[in-house]
Design a binder for this molecule. Structure first.
Ligand SMILES: [Zn+2]
Length: 406
């Protein structure tokens, strides 16, 4: 079934013209005026398609199309329209717009579905304005308390609940999308794998689990000029040695194991003092629970060994653990069948990033579909996807909705 490419392109362009940075990036922070303008457009297109607009108490927008079977639970499809401060054209927007286009294509072709269809724009997925990310889906999935989310402030001290009310998108709790037959989130990959390996499409099997550690290494603060090299307990050098070992070990694990030491600070942070103490953060991820646990054990042992070899002390504390997520087998298999039928080159892939789908998976059978990101660029103005892949992804989604309905 052919989608209406022109309609899809002109709608995406309209949203992407709203707030453009000097570098050509997108700037639609959650619940800002730019977000409101995008929301108003989405609402008008939902109405134009003959669907009902529903808004929940987190500001999440839903376009609702009734099905023919009054007993059938709905099928949801969507993502988010908020962006990073200098974000890309398709992150989030692709999921909402391909969902809307798929439903419009079904309507245009006179195809009726047993299940109601719901097109969704989740509020504050990015976490760029209100931290942490995925606040709305997190409440719906039971991870966060709604009042805790309402009280979240942006960096200017403005509250989520006040912005939600100001832009006119405070809806009702009864509209929450929390009971459904399936939720599908189409998204850009945000990584290089599909593009590098020449695939048109990714069927997402799950999302990586995460372990976060805070590491402190204690050596000895001393004079930079009078302390001979052999007498030093330089905490920063010990940390550097440990970090290189951690990198080597993680590479041994192979894909999809990843490790990042994103924050490092040395004290007393003076140019002529040997650093006596160092703090660094570790973020490590894997799709396999047991492997992630083993990796954490290896990481701890490496740090302890490097420290004891250098007469330094270490203190390691775990600040975060999220188990790997596995999406619904039925949706994964159905996606694969549709891809085969349409002769689309698809690869099973995991998500390295967090998405609303990761939370919603806890309460509703969920799946994700990826289109390739050119050179894997994301959260930046260079983020891009070939137009033919956007079209293929949307057609694939349309067929998948029909298959899930059956
Ligand atoms: Zn996104």
């Amino acid at each position: 079934m052919r989608i209406n490419e022109e309609r899809l392109r002109s709608r995406m362009d309209a949203i992407n013209r709203i707030a453009v940075t000097e570098e050509g990036g997108m700037m639609r922070l959650a619940l800002s005026d730019a977000d409101k303008t995008a929301r108003d457009l989405l609402k008008s297109w939902i109405k134009e398609a003959g669907m009902e607009v529903r808004i929940d108490d987190l500001g999440t927008i839903q376009g609702y199309l009734p099905g023919t079977d009054p007993n059938s639970l709905p099928i949801g499809v969507g993502s988010h329209m908020d962006t990073q401060p200098n974000g890309g054209r398709y992150d989030g927007l692709f999921g909402v717009m391909s969902g809307l286009e798929a439903v419009c294509t079904l309507i245009d072709n006179g195809i009726t579905m047993k299940s109601p269809l719901v097109v969704i724009d989740w509020t504050n997925e990015e976490g760029a304005r209100f931290v942490p990310p995925m606040l709305a889906s997190g409440v719906v999935a039971g991870n966060f308390d709604v009042n805790w989310v309402y009280a979240k402030e942006d960096k200017n001290g403005i509250k989520y609940v006040d912005e939600l009310t100001r832009i006119g998108y405070m809806g009702s709790k009864s509209n929450r999308f929390e009971k459904a037959k399936a939720y599908i989130e189409p998204h850009i990959e945000q990584g290089p794998i599909l593009d590098q390996e020449g695939y048109e499409f990714g069927i997402v099997t799950g999302a990586l689990g995460i372990t976060g550690l805070d590491v402190k290494i204690k050596g000895e603060t001393n004079h930079a000029g009078t302390t001979p090299m052999r007498n030093r307990k330089d905490a920063l050098m010990v940390a550097a040695e440990a970090m290189l070992e951690l990198r080597k070990k993680t590479i041994e694990y192979g894909d999809p194991a990843v490790i990042t030491m994103g924050i490092i600070s040395a004290s007393p942070a003076s140019k002529n003092i040997v650093p006596g103490e160092v703090y660094f953060s570790i973020d490590m991820r894997h799709d396999n629970d047991e492997a992630l646990t083993r990796l954490e054990q290896d990481v701890r042992e490496i740090i302890q060994k490097v420290c004891s070899d250098n007469c330094a002390e270490s203190h390691i504390e775990r600040y975060w653990r999220a188990d790997p997520v596995h999406f619904d087998e039925g949706i994964i298999n159905a996606s694969e069948k549709v891809a085969n039928k349409l002769k689309i080159r698809a690869k099973r892939i995991y998500s390295g990033a967090g998405h609303d789908a990761v939370f919603i998976n806890r309460i509703i059978p969920t799946g994700m579909l990826f289109v390739p990101s050119i050179k894997g660029m994301s959260h930046c103005p260079q983020e891009d996807t070939k137009w033919e892949d956007i079209v293929t992804g949307t057609e694939m989604l349309t067929e998948l909705l029909i298959k899930i309905d059956k």
